[in-house]
Design a protein around this ligand. Structure first.
Ligand SMILES: Cc1ncc(COP(=O)(O)O)c(C=O)c1O
Length: 420
């Protein structure tokens, strides 16, 4: 894998080819006849003016453009390579923007992601998981043979995973060695070696195998944190990164790394990765994904380009989910037509942040609209929202912006189109 190249490339015609239309069965599509994306974009429909059925997830163009550019500049300023995690959106249009902004590679999590990214013509991909499915290994070998410019790296962490990958790639006639990164995990955490001894054994097995090449080391520091205060989170992240660095140094001392390359970094603690792995001694590949949409909760509080870093141009919250107020059956209660099928989440229940009335009046008054504290489990649908009593009866609400701090939605928006 070429770690000196500046950015990967893709087929610029692919996003348009893959975006074939807006069929009426898509959530939020205009009621009635199917339309093409071009017609849809040119139609001048007012998403919040009643032209589209709610609930509706909106992505703010200005915020996305800012976030993509801001993160690309951060990477360039700090001498790191960016391989944004595509699973965050799996959107061809957004991935294309990230590449155009300078992404060195694109990260995938599954063989299906790989397939989709190849349909987009992405030339350099990092699979941030082990590749252990035989059919997927064979597909990969064919893809490497079909396109001599295609570069991929995946993870290994056990002798078994190395043996399987090496054997299957050779059996499938892979035309060149596959780059692999050695994953370093934490006790009771996810995959990855736990000790230097294990790491050395797996790395030696890679160098003994004919079909593999050990490019560097991989870890993911973003999961080491739940339930802790910010200083505790940072201490946990730093301790993990120290352990990873000790293993990486040990592998390097043993002459087992092709490059001093480390891939890490979600969207919350990438500054700690940079602090632990100075450049140019280390080639650092960040895999941050959520920065594209950011969110008003977890990442806003923790990102070094937001709450934790006091950045003058912070990342911006780009996602809004709007639901209609179906009923106000009793004083202080609004029933909203949006629920957890519209707003999957993995880090706290989304909260309402703004409202808009039928005649266009808007507000972001948290005293007027807030999540019902006694209902931590977000309803299936519709969701119920407590309205704080006010001295003056509020005007009837028509729409209610529900969601902020919507981590999973930011990571896996409900894209209705099947993967191509
Ligand atoms: C292995 C791996 N790398 C990178 C990321 C991206 O991190 P984030 O979602 O914080 O942007 C994830 C996200 O879950 C991940 O699992």
């Amino acid at each position: 894998m070429d770690t000196t190249a500046s950015r990967t490339h893709f087929d610029p015609a692919a996003p348009r080819r893959l975006a074939d239309g807006v069929p009426p069965h898509w959530k939020g599509a205009p009621l009635g006849a199917p339309t093409s994306l071009r017609e849809f974009a040119a139609s001048g429909l007012d998403a919040l003016g009643g032209d589209l059925p709610l609930p509706l997830l909106l992505l703010r163009e200005d915020a996305v453009a800012h976030n993509v550019a801001r993160m690309a500049r951060f990477a360039a300023d700090n001498g790191v390579l960016l391989a944004p995690h595509a699973k965050t959106t799996m959107s061809p249009e957004l991935i294309a923007r990230q590449i155009e902004a300078g992404a060195w590679a694109v990260t995938a999590a599954t063989p299906s992601h790989l397939n989709t990214l190849r349909r987009l013509g992405v030339q350099r991909i990092l699979l941030a998981n082990q590749l252990v499915e035989r059919a997927a290994i064979r597909w990969l070998a064919d893809e490497l043979a079909r396109d001599s410019t295609f570069e991929l790296a995946c993870l290994v962490d056990t002798l078994d995973s190395v043996a399987l990958l090496d054997r299957e790639l050779r059996a499938a006639g892979a035309p060149r060695p596959l780059a692999v990164l050695l994953e370093v995990g934490t006790p009771d955490g996810r995959a990855g070696v736990r000790t230097l001894e294990e790491a050395l054994a797996v790395a030696r097995a890679v160098s003994d195998g004919a079909a593999l090449e050990l490019l560097g080391v991989e870890c993911y520091e973003g999961l080491t944190t739940s339930g802790a205060s910010v200083p505790e989170m940072l201490a946990t992240v730093d301790a993990y990164l120290d352990a990873v660095a000790a293993i990486a140094d040990g592998l390097d001392d043993a002459g087992l790394l092709a490059t001093r390359l480390i891939s890490a970094g979600g969207s919350a603690f990438f500054d700690r990765v940079l602090a632990r792995f100075p450049r140019p001694a280390w080639r650092v590949v960040l895999r941050s994904g959520c920065y594209v949409s950011q969110d008003g909760g977890f990442y806003d509080a923790l990102s070094p380009l937001s709450g934790r870093g006091h950045d003058p141009e912070p990342l911006r919250d780009a996602l809004e989910l709007w639901g209609v107020v179906l009923s106000r059956p009793q004083p202080g209660l609004a029933v909203v037509g949006a629920g957890k099928r519209d707003a999957p989440y993995d880090d706290g229940v989304p909260r309402p942040v703004a409202w808009r009335s039928a005649d266009g009046e808007r507000g972001r008054d948290a005293r007027r609209v807030r999540h019902a504290p006694q209902r931590p489990a977000h309803d299936d649908r519709p969701a119920r929202r407590r309205l704080r009593p006010r001295r003056r009866r509020p005007r009837p609400l028509r729409r209610l912006a529900l969601l902020r701090g919507l981590r999973l939605l930011a990571r896996h928006p409900a894209r209705r189109r099947a993967a191509p």
